[in-house]
Design a protein around this ligand. Structure first.
Ligand SMILES: C[S@@+](CC[C@H](N)C(=O)[O-])C[C@H]1O[C@@H](n2cnc3c(N)ncnc32)[C@H](O)[C@@H]1O
Length: 252
């Protein structure tokens, strides 16, 4: 099937998540705020039914919900992400079923009271998955798209962005308002939009820099030796300079 998604989201980029190095650096990304899970649980209401988490990665959403609801089916086409997710907190919960394969094709076990997609919907085949979600959701179920795990108004933002532009290996990148794009294409009927309060998160500068390698445009495999070796010291130094100047909570 020929995709109609914007070029930057095509499978040649999406499939990078299957690489071990992306999965191994994924935990260095910041967690979602607790409020995210409270919002999801409130949307589920009294029923606390079953959830389908698509493009689950190591299960940030799925593992955070599973103790509070009937069960979660967590789907990802990256074996590596699932392998790591299984070792993390609640990764072996009896009500969490890991399903390895493309969400467009794998066997699902409906009905689901909610479908969650954390930083993942853009990578999927929209003409297929939205119809699938409709089929597997209960009539009063929601699809919830969760996004943004980046610093807010970081003082180093502009310097960081110029480094990302310089070293990104996704040369098709354009700024797209994803939700608006999905609404315009008729895939989504938007019922609501919630933004959590920002949360404090601290990590070492090295971990912060490494966390970029969990993003497809900066995967170690694709940056290769030639790019990643010079990148690290430069990147490190620029961030460090800015951080020192601004005295932020990220430590080295
Ligand atoms: C950025 S990660 C998000 C992980 C997690 N949902 C979170 O919120 O942290 C995107 C994940 O979507 C998965 N993915 C992308 N396209 C997929 C598809 N068509 N079927 C299943 N998984 C997919 C990738 O393997 C990757 O683990």
């Amino acid at each position: 099937m020929e995709t109609t998604r914007p070029r930057q989201y095509w499978d040649d980029h999406a499939s990078r998540f299957k690489n071990r190095s992306l999965a191994e650096t994924y935990e260095l990304r910041p967690p979602y705020p607790d409020e995210t899970y409270r919002i999801l649980l409130s949307l589920l209401g009294e029923s606390r039914g079953r959830v389908l988490d698509v493009g689950c990665g190591p299960g940030k959403i799925a593992r955070g919900l599973v103790k509070h609801i009937e069960g979660v089916d967590a789907v990802d086409f990256s074996q590596e992400m699932i392998r790591i997710g299984k070792t993390l907190i609640n990764g072996d919960h009896p009500n969490l079923r890991w399903i390895n394969g493309p969400v467009e094709e794998v066997q699902l076990y409906p009905p689901y009271s909610m479908v969650t997609a954390g930083a993942s919907i853009h990578w999927m085949e929209w003409d297929v998955v939205f119809l699938r979600f409709k089929e597997v959701l209960t009539t009063d179920g929601y699809l919830v798209i969760i996004d943004e795990d980046r610093p807010i108004e970081a003082p180093w933002h502009d310097a960081e962005l110029s480094l990302i532009h310089k070293y990104s290996t996704n040369r098709h990148h354009e700024n797209i308002d994803l939700i608006q794009e999905l609404v315009d294409r008729g895939h989504l009927h938007l019922i609501g939009d919630k933004r959590t309060a920002p949360m404090r998160f601290s990590q070492s500068l090295t971990d912060y820099v490494q966390s970029f390698h969990s993003r497809e445009s900066m995967s170690k495999e694709h940056m290769g030796q030639k790019m990643s070796v010079p990148l690290m010291p430069n990147y490190h130094r620029s961030c460090l300079t800015l951080l020192t100047m601004m005295d932020t909570s990220v430590s080295n």
